[in-house]
Design a protein around this ligand. Structure first.
Ligand SMILES: [Zn+2]
Ligand SMILES: [Zn+2]
Length: 452
């Protein structure tokens, strides 16, 4: 039989995250991405001592020729060392649901990601904001072609709430695939998403693997915790990043005499940078949690007023003029905006209460037990509590727009709890969808036959 492309899905078809697909042509193979399967604890995936038991329990995809022999043990699966396949992993972005199983991979296996993502990973690793994975990182430049045997792979910049997010185009001798990665049109760079979607159209993709996070939830009765908290808090939750910044600016100007506090998501470094810029122009200094300050350092430009907080207890660190003490915050609260992490926030309650922005920081929402007591503690301490979130994922209408722009011949809606519901919406705009099954090897010819 003629050589052809073979595609197998290993995770993420009906859940958010853990999206794993393998694409093979002769003895060359690409795997993208490699996060934890749904329900598997990321911390349990750090060591190869657990590979065998995870495989036995179905908590790792049983992909042949991928795991080191020593880690597989007596589980019946061809090892990386025994395999004749040339395998690489391509990574769309630095979220744990896309890279959380990297600890299970052989150290020499090449992992390709945009250079911005690899550099940012090194920063996140250094500051322990992501686990340390002993893997073979390879940097890719956006829009340049990476050749892997018969595969031509191009990473295009995208927009998601992390640095270096990409959409990945894969061309084989008989098939063209676009892997969307996670994306949104509501970030600081919607043009990047529209650019790759247009390129995907020109690429004439046969298959579009497209995320659908926001197609997972239906309008339902509001959570009683949220209803109760709404009475004592305010919301500037926004449809996009720019609107959020405008709202923060307006509130900051109304409270020019008070301390402002901010709890955000560390990987959304652009929001932190724009925040630093905004408060620099408002004459305040952004005082960061020291870990975040280390993370941000390579991205800070000279004119920004950004320093870090010196807390009692981290006195071991060298005190420089980049440090601000709690005493300084108490004396001149109106000169600062304090950024902090949930893991280290006790000191906030020793400061004069002001305005607090909860901006996609931990705890994320009312589905987490610690959320309600956390919010109430701020309110009771006299803080004006603002919900200040923007989603990292495209809205339903934006997802459909990108699908329509891409015009792929066949669309796999995944990275959603409701692939059928999402698929139906894609069909309604005139595109053909397909819901694959796990662990089945589909050939390019079979898929081409399906296309109407
Ligand atoms: Zn994801
Ligand atoms: Zn993501």
């Amino acid at each position: 039989m003629k050589d052809q492309t073979k595609i197998t899905f290993w995770g993420g078809l009906d859940t958010i995250g853990g999206n794993i697909v393998s694409i093979q042509f002769k003895d060359y193979r690409i795997i993208t991405d490699f996060g934890a399967l749904a329900g598997v604890n990321i911390m349990d995936l750090l060591s190869k001592e657990t590979t065998h038991s995870h495989l036995a329990l179905g908590q790792l995809p049983a992909i042949s020729g991928l795991y080191p022999k020593a880690a597989i043990g007596d589980f019946e699966l061809e090892s990386f060392e025994e395999s004749a396949l040339n395998t690489i992993v391509c990574l769309s972005h630095l979220h744990l649901d896309h890279l959380g199983a990297f600890g299970q991979l052989p150290e020499e296996l090449p992992i390709y990601a945009l250079e911005e993502a690899v550099d940012f990973y090194k920063q996140l690793e250094k500051t322990s904001l992501l686990p340390s994975y002993a893997v073979n990182w390879q940097k890719v430049t956006a829009e340049s072609t990476l050749q892997h045997g018969p595969f031509e792979i191009v990473f295009h910049e995208s927009d998601h709430d992390t640095v270096g997010a990409a959409s990945i185009f894969i061309k084989t001798p008989d098939f063209k695939i676009v892997y969307s990665g996670d994306f949104r049109l509501s970030g600081f760079h919607p043009e990047k998403v529209l650019n790759w979607a247009q390129k995907a159209h020109e690429f004439d993709a046969d298959l579009f693997l497209v995320e659908g996070t926001t197609f997972s939830h239906f309008a339902s009765e509001p959570n009683p915790v949220d209803v109760a908290l709404a009475e004592v808090t305010h919301s500037i939750n926004s449809p996009n990043e720019i609107k959020l910044m405008n709202s923060i600016e307006a509130i900051a100007q109304e409270h020019s005499e008070q301390l402002i506090a901010f709890n955000g998501y560390p990987q959304n470094i652009e929001r932190l940078l724009v925040l630093a810029e905004l408060f620099t122009t408002l004459g305040r200094t952004l005082v960061m949690d020291q870990t975040y300050f280390e993370l941000m350092k390579p991205y800070l430009t000279g004119y920004l007023n950004v320093k870090y907080l010196l807390i009692d207890g981290n006195a071991s660190i060298e005190v420089t003029d980049e440090a601000v003490s709690l005493e300084m915050l108490r004396e001149m609260p109106q000169h600062y905006i304090l950024q902090f992490d949930y893991e280290r926030h006790e000191h906030v309650f020793t400061l004069p209460a002001g305005v607090y922005f909860h901006s996609n920081g931990m705890p994320l929402g009312s589905y987490m037990a610690e959320y309600e007591p956390y919010v109430r503690r701020f309110v009771e301490a006299g803080w004006e509590f603002y919900h200040a979130n923007v989603s990292g994922h495209a809205s339903q209408s934006d997802l459909l727009l990108v699908n329509y722009l891409t015009q792929a011949k066949l669309v796999v809606p995944w990275h959603t709890f409701k692939p059928d519901f999402y698929g139906q919406a894609i069909e309604e705009i005139g595109l053909q969808t397909w819901l694959p099954e796990y662990h089945v090897e589909y050939t390019a010819a079979e898929l081409s036959d399906m296309i109407k």
